[in-house]
Design a binder for this molecule. Structure first.
Ligand code: G3H
Length: 482
């Protein structure tokens, strides 16, 4: 509601995944605390957003597009000044390497700049006239109401802002809840939010999801729900809304993206792409490759090169130069990953790289597991961490069936050279996943491309331009011409 309030209630300490030396031994560093709001304060935040929207007559939706853009541009200037603070918090809170933290920040600024450019274009072209059967109509784009935006811990700045700013720019007001890890990095931006937007346009809540966000959903006053996270979380929250037919959702959900490596693939390229595809940010990307499916004729050659490359990845602190393996922010993640590896080993697979399967404090070493078969948890469960299951296949139908049988359908990668055969795979996969990557890893970017998925992996499409459409509605003004 445009105020920075002093909090006298319960606090939630924020622990870094980085352990530091203390008189009592190595301990996770406490790097701050956030307020644990109750449902009452969360509903206050919602009430401020509802008031600023005021059924479309409020201060924010009432502004011209150019005026809204001015507010966002002022915010961008203030945000750029906080780059160092935000990048440091990304490293300390979620263990992202310095280059990747800087990339997340810069990419987010670019995304907002691009969204402004796309909005100017949409504004120029969307208010158009259509005529048919003696009726003429003007099509206008209108905001939808109050948006609730929630992003995940692996891109706590970028993915939350990739829905928040399109929602705002289209004239909606917003409540957002920072990710559970990556929560402090909003702190350096609070004054900018307060100073650059009218009260109630952006409202930030902290606390336990069920109590805070649950209360917002139950109120029935959330019109737009932008959520990037797990299917379980999204379904639970959506179910709480009393009028689900009035809730528009855009969701980025679970994924188990496979890479299919054919026997004629350029193995050096496949290895290079699969290393970053599986293990950048320790595999904690929704678009990470989470299953490698390799043709039997090349599996030994592929594994020899791939495991050698995995074993060169350097562990260290996020700010150390050249590191690739960093602390994992989720408590208990190492135990969970070890459970997946143990399940596979118990069913006949092996850890095949020299440095695999080592857990220490919040580190888990990149671990390649082979041969993974369908009855192992690693074949279907989204590990969201540095464990790489490798499966073998003999014929194309088997690889296609694996994709068809998956409940997920975000993306896949296909490595090979025979274009006729690749064409057949593309035909088979076009209605299974949102993006097929040829001879390269899966990824979301460039952010101007549509980002979506099939089956249980997504609802709706995000991108710079798609998001503007997602967060608005077309209204027709029609009249008879004859
Ligand atoms: O975690 C999910 C992100 O959308 C992945 O984005 O492919 O750019 O790393 P990225």
């Amino acid at each position: 509601g445009g105020e920075l309030r002093t909090w006298a209630g319960e606090l939630n300490p924020v622990l870094s995944p980085v352990f530091v030396r203390t008189p009592e031994g190595l301990k996770q560093k406490v790097i701050g605390a956030t307020p644990l709001l109750t449902s009452r304060e969360s509903l206050d935040a919602l009430a401020a957003a509802v008031k600023a929207y005021d059924s479309g007559r409020g201060v924010w939706p009432g502004l011209k597009v150019a005026e809204r853009i001015e507010h966002v541009e002022r915010f961008l200037t203030a945000m750029r000044a906080q780059r160092t603070a935000v990048v440091n918090l990304l490293m300390w809170e979620i263990g992202k390497t310095q280059p990747d933290s800087e990339k997340e920040f810069d990419r987010t600024v670019d995304l907002i700049v691009e969204t402004i450019r796309a909005l100017k274009e949409l504004d120029r072209t969307s208010s158009r006239f259509v005529q048919d059967q003696g009726i003429m109509a003007q099509i206008r784009r209108a905001p939808m109401g109050v948006a609730l935006c929630m992003g995940p811990y692996n891109y706590p700045l970028n993915e939350t802002f990739s829905t928040l700013f399109p929602a705002l720019l289209m004239g909606n007001t917003v409540v957002f809840k920072p990710a559970k890890f990556g929560v402090l990095l909003v702190r350096p931006l609070l004054e900018a939010f307060r100073d650059c937007f009218p009260p109630g346009v952006i409202n930030i809540i902290y606390g336990r999801g069920r109590e805070t966000v649950g209360a917002l959903m139950e109120s029935g006053q959330v019109d737009l729900f932008a959520f990037i996270g797990t299917n379980k979380g999204a379904s639970e929250l959506k179910r709480m809304h009393p009028r689900p037919h009035r809730l528009k959702s855009v969701l980025g959900l679970d994924a188990k993206n496979p890479a299919i490596i054919l026997e004629d693939a350029d193995l050096d390229n496949a290895v290079k792409e699969c290393i970053t595809g599986t293990l950048s940010f320790n595999g904690q990307r929704c678009t990470a490759l989470k299953l490698l499916v390799v043709h039997r004729k090349v599996v030994d050659a592929f594994l020899a090169k791939f495991t050698a490359a995995v074993d060169t990845l350097k562990p260290g602190m996020p700010w150390d130069p050249g590191v690739a393996v960093t602390p994992l922010p989720e408590p208990g993640k190492g135990t969970y990953l070890q459970g997946l590896v143990d399940d596979a080993v118990g069913k006949g697979a092996r850890v095949v790289n020299a440095t695999g399967g080592q857990a220490s404090k919040s580190f888990y070493s990149p671990t390649v597991v082979y041969p993974v078969t369908r009855e192992m948890r690693l074949a279907t469960e989204e590990q969201f961490g540095p464990v790489v299951p490798v499966m073998v296949f003999d014929d194309d139908a088997e690889a296609i069936q694996l994709v068809v049988d998956s409940p997920f359908g975000q993306q896949l990668s296909l490595f090979g050279k025979d274009s006729a055969r690749i064409g057949r795979f593309i035909d088979a996969f076009s209605n299974q996943v949102g993006r097929i990557n040829l001879n390269c890893q899966c990824q979301r970017g460039p952010d101007t491309f549509p980002f979506n998925g099939r089956k249980d992996s997504a609802e709706g499409t995000l991108s710079v331009a798609d998001a503007l459409r997602v967060f608005s509605i077309r209204t027709l003004v029609a009249t008879k011409t004859t």
